[in-house]
Design a binder for this molecule. Structure first.
Ligand code: ITT
Length: 189
């Protein structure tokens, strides 16, 4: 890869870093991860959370990236959504699957990527539809990957390689848009 640009990704989640560095490499973007837990406001939209995270990073120079993701299950009115991290830590996958017994299993995985430089913010949403598996399957990935089956596939994300997940995941859609933006705009920023 010819590196044209370095960016700092602020996240506490090494699984995100692995995926994002591969998604952005074709755009000539090299990703340095900075592990930091940021305060997340209680908000109804991922966009609000991402803006709040970017606001906390004014001391970092250059291009700074954060993201927030959530699993929105139709039959649960979009739950866990913005509470996805909290629900995974407190309920866990088995209890979430119990909540879904006998219910339709359609869901959307959403990511909003946020880019900051100086005082400016840009947001890049991405989403995929899919279903929640009857039971966890696979050992790869992280978070909800063992129970999310993207539309058109039979395997969960945890049964796919990073490269397969990155072909069309919610994160790939949002970070490809960010990569395209960086490769078009960077000389002028
Ligand atoms: P940050 O430090 O970047 O915020 P996080 O893990 O807290 O890391 P989020 O709040 O964005 O990230 O994620 C909400 C939850 O959804 C959390 O439990 C993640 O593990 C999970 N998650 C995020 N992206 C996922 C993906 O692509 N596949 C499966 N689970 C995912």
């Amino acid at each position: 890869m010819v590196v044209r640009l370095d960016v700092t990704l602020v996240t506490s989640n090494p699984g995100k870093h692995r995926e994002i560095e591969a998604i952005l490499a074709p755009y000539g973007v090299r990703v340095r991860a900075l592990s930091r837990t940021l305060v997340e406001p209680q908000a109804e939209r991922l966009e609000t959370v991402v803006d709040a995270k970017l606001d906390q990073l004014s001391s970092l120079r250059g291009f700074v990236i954060v993201e927030d993701s959530g699993l929105f299950i139709d039959a649960l009115g979009g739950f866990p959504g913005v509470y996805s991290a909290y629900v995974l830590q407190t309920l866990g996958l088995p209890d979430l699957l119990r909540l879904l017994e006998g219910k339709p299993r359609a869901a959307t995985f959403r990511t909003v990527a946020g880019l900051r430089r100086g005082k400016r913010h840009w947001l890049f949403p991405g989403e995929v539809r899919g279903t929640i598996a009857q039971r966890p399957r696979g050992r790869g990935g992280f978070g909800y990957d063992p129970v999310f089956v993207p539309s058109g596939a039979r395997s969960t994300y945890a049964q796919a390689s990073v490269a397969q997940k990155n072909e069309s995941s919610h994160r790939a859609i949002s970070f490809r848009a960010l990569g395209m933006f960086l490769s078009r705009q960077s000389p002028r920023l």
